[in-house]
Write a protein that binds this ligand. Structure first.
Ligand code: GFB
Length: 319
């Protein structure tokens, strides 16, 4: 095996956001590395406060920082909580990146999102499509915050020569997803809705929007694996997309969820709900060229996630 660019062995790795779906997947994946995993108790360290973050860094002295902490949510949450999506995310990322630089962190990985790209970006979306056109309005607050995070990482690289990198994951789902009835993303929303329809023997399930938008979905454990791969093997100036390179329509996705949950009734589309971006497919050729590919196909990932849901592994399953 070739030597990685960055050796995680013996490193003190701070995973910010370890209680979320992404952060917990990264912690699971790091368990097979010979590193020490550090986390910050959510109730004790408010990542929106620079002083609290600085204090945590001075006490814990991490070598590596993975920024998986963020205010996240689906299309409805994004559309209705612009303050949290902009303010919380700006503060969390700025405080963490700034503290990491001041504390001499040797490697930093910042996680963005595919919604940073212009609404009408050519598909599949290459990394160089950033800032080439207007954003999708339903999530521009989140996108602006994430773009600021990417730029701050770039700024520390350029001005200080820091080994800080960013990745842009596509739409994610998996264990510990948020099943909140209003705030969830489409995978968790539909898993819960189809499951409840089965339990109630309902004749149909309502899916938001027209069913026509196309989305690319990645299993969160594959995302975590990609993040560790990037930490160890990438130190370039540009950020990297992380996805599968294939997408489905929301109608097709709903049918896959119906299959995973065993629902055999009708699927009805509520076109009074927003569709959001017409398509969000990432160009993953840079990551493929480096040697990483996803392992879990969509139907398999849905079956695994549904199993986690049935076992009560999801967050806010009753809210
Ligand atoms: O997952 P989602 O909320 O996020 O919605 P986005 C994806 C698509 O699924 C949209 C449709 O076309 C929705 O209209 N959809 C159908 C549903 N039924 C449902 C449902 O019950 N709940 C939800 N939530 N959607 C988000 C951004 O955009 O993507 C975030 O708002 C983030 O900022 C995330 O970037 C990855 O893909 O539209």
């Amino acid at each position: 095996m070739t030597q990685p660019l960055f050796d995680l062995a013996g490193a003190r790795v701070f995973v910010a956001g370890d209680r979320g779906m992404v952060g917990s997947a990264i912690v699971r994946r790091l368990a097979s590395e010979k590193c020490r995993i550090l986390t910050a108790e959510r109730d004790l360290v408010d990542l929106r406060r620079q002083a609290a973050v600085d204090d945590w860094f001075s006490k814990n002295d991490p070598d590596v920082l993975v920024i998986a902490a963020a205010k996240v949510g689906g299309i409805h949450a994004n559309n209705t909580m612009p303050i949290e999506f902009l303010y919380d995310n700006l503060m969390i990322e700025a405080n963490l990146i700034h503290a990491a630089a001041a504390a001499g962190v040797r490697k930093l990985l910042f996680l963005g999102s595919s919604c940073i790209y212009p609404r009408e970006a050519p598909q599949p979306m290459r990394e160089d499509a950033l800032l080439t056109g207007p954003l999708e309005p339903t999530n521009e607050w989140y996108a602006v915050a994430k773009i600021a995070g990417i730029k701050l990482v770039e700024a520390y690289r350029r001005q200080n020569g820091a080994d800080f990198v960013s990745v842009m994951p596509t739409n994610l789902f998996g264990p510990r997803d948020n099943y909140h009835s209003k705030h969830s993303h489409v995978p968790a929303a539909l898993i819960r809705r189809f499951h409840e329809a089965m339990a109630a023997r309902a004749p149909h399930v309502v899916v938001w929007g027209s069913g026509a938008p196309r989305r690319e979905f990645l299993y969160v454990d594959d995302l975590a694996d990609a993040c560790i791969f990037v930490l160890k093997n990438y130190s370039g100036d540009g950020f990297l997309n992380i996805g599968t390179g294939t997408d489905v329509t929301i109608a097709e996705f709903a049918r896959l969820v119906a299959t995973a949950t065993g629902f055999k009734g009708e699927i009805v589309f509520d076109t009074s709900r927003p569709d959001g971006a017409p398509r969000k497919l990432l160009d993953v050729s840079k990551l493929h060229a480096l040697g990483w590919r996803h392992k879990t196909e969509l139907h398999e990932a849905l079956a695994l996630t549904y199993r986690d849901f049935l076992a009560g592994g999801g967050r806010n399953q009753a809210e």
